[in-house]
Write a protein that binds this ligand. Structure first.
Ligand code: ADP
Ligand code: GN1
Ligand code: MG
Length: 365
């Protein structure tokens, strides 16, 4: 829930954008961990966001990426006879023709059309939805396969550099600024014992086995809007981290979030497991969406993508817990630790189900 002061500032920001018709009530919206999101009611509804300024230190670069990528996608959508206003985000410009309105507090606000008649889920409710989300995320990468990657800014340096994230984690353990390390020794050891996997994907990339592509890098289920009437993944949202990356990261991040039988912050770990059936459905949908563009090595490494992304995210949650919960939004004490534990449970479950995961992938080709 946004505080009243922030809500007032959001209302003030709304007036700074070139909106159509009259706008009405503004309220806090969605379950993202990073930005402050508001729904703006009106003849046309909008999504207003205060960009996270400590994470996105170069907001103009983020918006340059997003305007570039969405304009590119709009051309493709138009050519395919689609609805460019619904099938990708539309950046609404400010009264000064800018993609950002900077308020008196130095905060950066941006606006998009609300994607209407669509839902986004925090957990898989129907298998079919998950399969459709896989096709849409796969297709997102496919549509951007000829985007000029060199024009993209690296909005968060080393975003999926798991080894670099491991180093930050070790520093956080050593610094232990909140005095929390003692009580999470078991969790710390879990990540340290598996440090070997932090370099696996980077090595394959260096060896030329995994190509750099334009990827989304944050492909969790609540970053895609599902059409209410057709059930299809209609619009990939949250484009802050579209950057050159690995396709296996996009696959893996969806698995860690969506193929889990429990919520990301579930406290009862007996409810958290990797659902192999969902893993299989996602694999099938993702490969279909990619339309043959993945190489043999990329496909072989899909299970590794799932494991590394789950490991990395769990380690990021633990790092944030150790550093005092300054990165991911929390709504209760210990939430980042709970999130870390679900990811650990999933990594362990993937280890136990590794042979089946590999078999599913080889059979899906
Ligand atoms: P964060 O980076 O904090 O995750 P997101 O851009 O993912 O921010 O937005 C948070 C949530 O707001 C999304 O999960 C979704 O529910 C909703 N949302 C964001 N943009 C739109 C949009 N254009 N139309 C409809 N819902 C949106
Ligand atoms: C964040 O922004 P959001 O909530 O969609 C995070 C992802 C994590 C995810 C974990 C920019 O995603 O990297 O995987 O939380 N985004 C950023 O739920 O750090
Ligand atoms: Mg999001």
């Amino acid at each position: 829930m946004a505080d009243t002061g922030l809500l007032e500032r959001a209302k003030e920001a709304v007036g700074r954008f070139c909106t159509e018709g009259t706008t009405g009530e503004v309220r806090s919206w969605g379950n993202g961990h990073i930005n402050d999101t508001f729904l703006v009611e009106g003849d046309t509804r909008y999504i207003l966001q205060r960009m996270n300024r400590s994470i996105f230190t170069k907001p103009w670069e983020v918006m340059e990426n997003i305007t570039g990528v969405t304009s590119f996608l709009k051309e493709k959508i138009k050519k395919a006879g689609g609805d460019e206003r619904r099938e990708t985000l539309t950046v609404i410009f400010s009264e000064n023709g800018k993609s950002i309105y900077e308020d008196n507090y130095g905060d950066n606000w941006r606006m998009y059309y609300m994607i209407e008649d669509a839902m986004c889920y925090d957990q898989v409710e129907s298998e079919q939805d998950f399969y459709e989300s896989a096709k849409a995320f796969g297709n997102f990468g496919h549509l951007l396969s000829d985007y000029p990657a060199e024009t993209l800014h690296e909005t968060i340096p080393g975003f999926h550099d798991t080894k670099a994230r491991y180093d930050v984690f070790v520093q956080a353990v050593e610094a232990d600024i909140c005095g929390r390390a003692e009580n999470v020794r078991r969790e710390i050891s879990f990540f340290m014992e598996r440090a070997d996997i932090t370099g696996v994907l980077k090595q394959l990339q260096t060896d030329g086995k995994l190509p750099l592509r334009v990827t989304h890098n944050d492909t969790k289920l609540n970053n895609i809007m599902m059409d209410k009437s057709t059930g299809k993944g209609i619009c990939v949202i949250d484009l802050d981290t579209v950057m050159p990356g690995l396709a296996v990261h996009d696959f893996g991040d969806s698995i860690r979030f969506g193929a889990s039988t429990g919520a990301e912050d579930e406290q009862n770990l007996s409810k958290v497991n990797l659902d192999l059936h969902l893993f299989e459905l996602y694999t099938k949908g993702f490969l279909e969406g990619c339309q043959g563009s993945l190489t043999k090595d990329e496909i072989t490494m899909l299970p590794m993508g799932a494991k590394v992304m789950t490991y990395e995210c769990g380690m990021r949650f633990l790092t944030d817990y150790l550093q005092g919960d300054t990165y991911f939004k929390i709504h209760r004490a210990g939430q980042n630790l709970d999130r870390c534990r679900t990811q650990m449970k999933l990594v362990a479950d993937m280890e136990a189900k590794w042979a089946q995961m590999e078999q599913i992938v080889s059979q899906a080709v």
